[in-house]
Design a binder for this molecule. Structure first.
Ligand SMILES: [Ca+2]
Length: 175
């Protein structure tokens, strides 16, 4: 199964959720999954930190051939300031700081792909119409942008699988 994982990983960040990194690690180690690409969106952490988290997970898994594409840094419409402050504020919580103090940290040597996430989503699906499943486990801004770039894009997917739901902050937290 060919998959693109659209994600907002926060592994490596004190107080951030790690579920996306677990999903990525599972995909990397599942023989039935061919991970075509990772597209990153702002959510649990700012998008640049999410890109680093994805790259760090790939490096830890000794995988160097899966491209990571930087995506949307904010929602299309909503002002993210309030939930950005809430999520980023978790880093300063005493428990998170205590748990993370003195942990060794090595920055990744891997780098992201220059093609932006939404363009990558459109290009890869158009190269293999009907073959790629997109698994979206972050805010859906990259998906919405891909649909805006190519109105027929969704119809060329094998499937679109979304992990989402209601939340106190509608763009993140539960996805
Ligand atoms: Ca997520």
């Amino acid at each position: 199964m060919r998959i693109i994982l659209d994600t907002d990983p926060g592994n490596g960040v004190p107080g951030a959720d790690i579920d996306d990194a677990l999903a990525l690690a599972l995909a990397l180690r599942s023989p039935e999954i061919e991970l075509e690409a990772i597209t990153v969106v702002a959510g649990n952490v700012p998008v640049d930190r999410g890109v680093q988290s994805a790259l760090e997970t790939l490096e830890a898994a000794d995988v160097t051939d899966v491209p990571v594409h930087r995506g949307a840094e904010r929602p299309l419409v909503e002002d993210p300031a309030a939930w950005r402050a809430e999520l980023d504020g978790r880093r300063a919580e005493r428990t998170a700081q205590r748990l993370w103090q003195n942990l060794p940290f090595q920055p990744t040597r891997l780098t992201s792909h220059p093609t932006p996430a939404a363009q990558a989503l459109v290009q890869r699906v158009n190269e293999r119409p009907g073959e790629i499943t997109v698994v979206a486990i972050g805010p859906l801004t990259n998906i919405a942008t891909a649909m805006a770039l190519d109105p027929g894009w969704a119809g060329k997917l094998a499937r679109l699988v979304v992990m989402g739901g209601p939340s106190t902050c509608p763009m993140c937290c539960t996805s």
